[in-house]
Design a protein around this ligand. Structure first.
Ligand code: URA
Length: 281
């Protein structure tokens, strides 16, 4: 299969994962599709992911969320999904992800679900999402909202740390096929948890869910994700980078404004102090 055909197939599988079964072709679409936006490692959509994505017997909107967790409580269902993910061939077949599977953490009955990119070096070591520097920043944001990590559900769009040459402690964002290979888990987690609100941390996570665009354009308002309101905001590692460069006040204020909206939607109490955190003095 040519690179252009593989690209088109991946794109169509991605659209299919959002429940679209028909695509309108416009003149010139082939020319554009043949031009990759940015170089990504050459990886084919894995056969097992295709099998899930293409199952014709399933209704389109649910096609990729058809993992069937066992158990009767949410905690049991999430534990069964985590066990399934351990040997998920679709991800392992890619050969671009590392071996250790890092599932999610938190309350399986939470009202708030946060979705990040993929585990990094520290998450892989501890087998828990968001425990490295970005995780500590996220924990601080949650604390400022009046929430403990144990009161929310923290997930990643990709359950394995993306591999790199000379990896050391290096991390990278997951590619689209890497995210697609884990998407059935994320969608099933959402089905199980039924959060009132989802927060996508960064443009990679939102793209993996089919919401495309820069965070600067997506943030500040709720979008719909299969019936659940979703807020896209900056990834905590963006705040860390901005803090190093220029103190990060703008990034912190923007994330906090997004979180205030989340708190309002969840009918959480908001103190004057919380409202005023980043107000100009
Ligand atoms: N960044 C993420 O997006 N997820 C993690 O678990 C850690 C860092």
């Amino acid at each position: 299969m040519s690179a252009a055909a593989a690209l088109l197939r991946d794109h169509l599988l991605h659209r299919l994962s959002k429940g679209e079964t028909h695509v309108l072709l416009r003149p010139g679409v082939f020319g554009r599709a043949a031009e990759p936006k940015r170089p990504e490692p050459k990886v084919e959509a894995p056969a097992a992911a295709r099998e899930v994505l293409e199952r014709p017997s399933l209704p389109a909107p649910t096609r990729v969320s058809q993992l069937t967790p066992t158990g009767s409580t949410n905690a049991e269902k999430i534990a069964s999904l985590a066990a399934m993910a351990e040997s998920w061939e679709a991800a392992r077949q890619l050969g671009t992800l590392r071996q250790t599977m890092v599932f999610s953490v938190g309350d399986p009955n939470a009202k708030l679900m946060l979705i990040g990119e993929a585990p990094g070096v520290e998450e892989e070591r501890q087998r828990e999402p968001f425990v490295g520097p970005a995780g500590q920043k996220l924990t601080g944001i949650l604390k400022a909202m009046g929430l403990e990590r144990s009161q929310v559900y923290i997930s990643n769009i990709c359950k394995f740390r993306p591999a790199m040459d000379n990896q050391g402690s290096g991390n990278r964002a997951p590619t689209e096929p890497e995210m697609a290979s884990c998407l059935p888990f994320v969608l099933t987690e959402i089905d199980v948890i039924r959060p009132q609100i989802i927060v996508a941390l960064g443009a990679t996570a939102s793209k993996g869910l089919g919401i495309e665009g820069p965070v600067g354009r997506l943030r500040g308002k709720f979008h719909d994700f299969r019936g659940t309101p979703i807020m896209v905001t900056y990834h905590p590692s963006y705040i860390l980078r901005e803090e190093k460069m220029n103190g990060g006040m703008q990034a912190k204020r923007q994330v906090w404004e997004d979180m205030l909206q989340v708190m309002e939607r969840l009918s959480m109490p908001i103190s004057e102090k919380q409202r005023g955190f980043f107000k100009a003095k």
